[in-house]
Design a protein around this ligand. Structure first.
Ligand code: EPU
Length: 423
């Protein structure tokens, strides 16, 4: 198991390019199941989660060929409708194959995703949505089974906006008979990207990016070429890293339009930010001002940036309140930040009070999930001395960068390297 060692206490300077978005690529790859032919994706990030969903599609019988960010999937020979436990347990987003499988083949069996480090993460709204489209849903021996000779368009209301739920239902409704209306839908850029891709394949979807999405079902979808949008969470992570270290970083190949909440909060924290059509320059300033945040669905502040922002607030000039309203257990990184000298107290499970300290000190820490890993990297960059982060396999699920990209920076101004765990 690899570890990352960071010799911190230095400012970050340089340029970095952003990869395709993990959370956009996953539903796009699942959407290839809807097509009886080839779908070609470009700007696909090289990540563990992408390998996991590719393996899952291959297990179903799809052919996947990938090279240098291009992934071609041929769904013509899919012959299996069952997503097995061993493949699903590695990645909860595997639930994204449920909608496409039942829509195209009338039958799907997907292992029930379990809870994970950040909370229980139920899929009840995915299932009630499919039921509204006429699927018969049963649960048996840890598997969800969905059956419908053909899905029928209907009204679907989400109690709370769900990202993968909206994606699953948008994909399923694309091949349903008649029109579906998804109300209180998620509005994330990844939803818009999926709707655009499905429309490219011949679907008829309008309203993506708003809370009401209308899907007029079609008989079939056809081959298409789709570019994955830039990763807004990777972008935000670099922005916070630049601000936290007082550096000056140009983040290229990103989409500033998707970063509104992060830009506002970083400006409030005192950072200077310049935006260009596809890049953002962040100049960190001393002192960093304390800012409160509350995580909410897009366009609000993303839960996937909460841990990184908490790392920034540990060295702010006052107290900040962080309210995590999406997941019930997403403060595990706080205990590790304490090991670096941060002053954080958690009350009532979803509120954290961060009292800014003058400096952090390097220490061994352990990553608990993907975004927690990123927060520890940021804290390690800020801390004086050496920080060793273990369990960094979490980070490989969602970041191509950290120790790799840092070598391309000009000038390289922090040292981080992966070291093999000798235990
Ligand atoms: N929820 C339900 N029932 C459902 C579905 C969701 O109660 O059927 C609840 C969840 O428990 C949560 C809220 O609804 O409280 C929103 O969860 P959502 O369904 O939107 O989360 P998700 O689709 O499982 C995606 C991202 C996550 C990101 C969340 C929130 C992907 C593959 N994953 O998860 O990304 O945190 O939306 O924005 O898109 C990450 O990349 O590190 C990550 C965890």
């Amino acid at each position: 198991m690899d570890k990352i060692q960071i010799n911190g206490g230095r400012k970050l300077y340089g340029e970095v390019s952003i990869s395709g978005a993990k959370n956009a690529a996953l539903p796009l790859i699942a959407s290839a199941i809807l097509v009886n032919g080839k779908t070609r994706f470009t700007n696909v990030p090289d990540l563990m989660d992408i390998k996991s969903i590719k393996l899952l599609l291959e297990d179903l019988g799809a052919t996947c060929q990938s090279s240098q960010g291009v992934l071609e999937i041929d769904g013509a020979h899919i012959h299996k409708i069952e997503a097995e436990y061993d493949l699903v347990r590695k990645m909860r987003a595997s639930i994204l194959v449920l909608g496409p499988l039942v829509a195209r083949f009338g039958h799907a069996k997907v292992s029930m995703p379990g809870g994970c480090a950040i909370g229980a993460r139920p899929v009840n709204m995915h299932l009630s949505g499919l039921e509204a489209l006429g699927a018969e849903i049963t649960m048996d021996h840890g598997y969800i089974e969905a059956k419908a000779s053909r899905l029928i368009g209907n009204e679907i209301y989400f109690d709370t906006p769900t990202v993968t739920g909206t994606e699953n239902l948008m994909m399923a409704a694309s091949l349903a008979k008649g029109t579906s209306v998804l109300r209180n839908a998620a509005r994330e850029p990844e939803i818009v990207a999926l709707a655009d891709a499905l429309n490219n394949m011949g679907a008829r979807i309008s309203g993506a990016g708003t809370a009401i999405i209308t899907v007029e079902g079609v008989q079939n979808l056809s081959s298409s070429e789709i570019a994955v949008i830039p990763d807004r969470i990777e972008t935000g992570t670099f922005m916070v890293a630049a601000a936290a270290t007082g550096g000056d970083v140009l983040i290229k190949d990103c989409e500033p339009e998707h970063l509104g909440s992060i830009i506002s909060k970083l400006k409030a924290a005192g950072a200077e930010i310049l935006t260009y059509p596809d890049s953002i320059r962040v100049m960190g300033k001393d002192p960093i001002h304390s800012v409160d945040i509350k995580t909410v669905p897009y366009p609000g502040f993303p839960t996937d940036m909460q841990a990184q922002f908490m790392a920034l607030m540990t060295i702010a000039d006052g107290n900040s309140v962080i309210h995590e309203s999406i997941f019930e257990n997403r403060f595990i990184h706080a205990n590790e930040l304490l090991r670096l000298g941060a002053d954080i107290s958690i009350s009532s499970g979803n509120l954290a009070m961060v009292r800014g300290v003058k400096k952090l000190q390097g220490a061994p820490v352990m990553a608990s999930d993907l975004r927690a890993s990123a927060s520890l990297v940021i804290a390690g960059l800020v801390a004086e001395g050496t920080t060793v982060i273990s369990r960094v396999y979490h980070m490989d699920r969602g970041y191509e960068f950290i120790e790799k990209n840092s070598h391309n920076w000009t000038p390289i101004s922090f040292e981080s390297k992966k070291i093999p765990d000798m235990r």
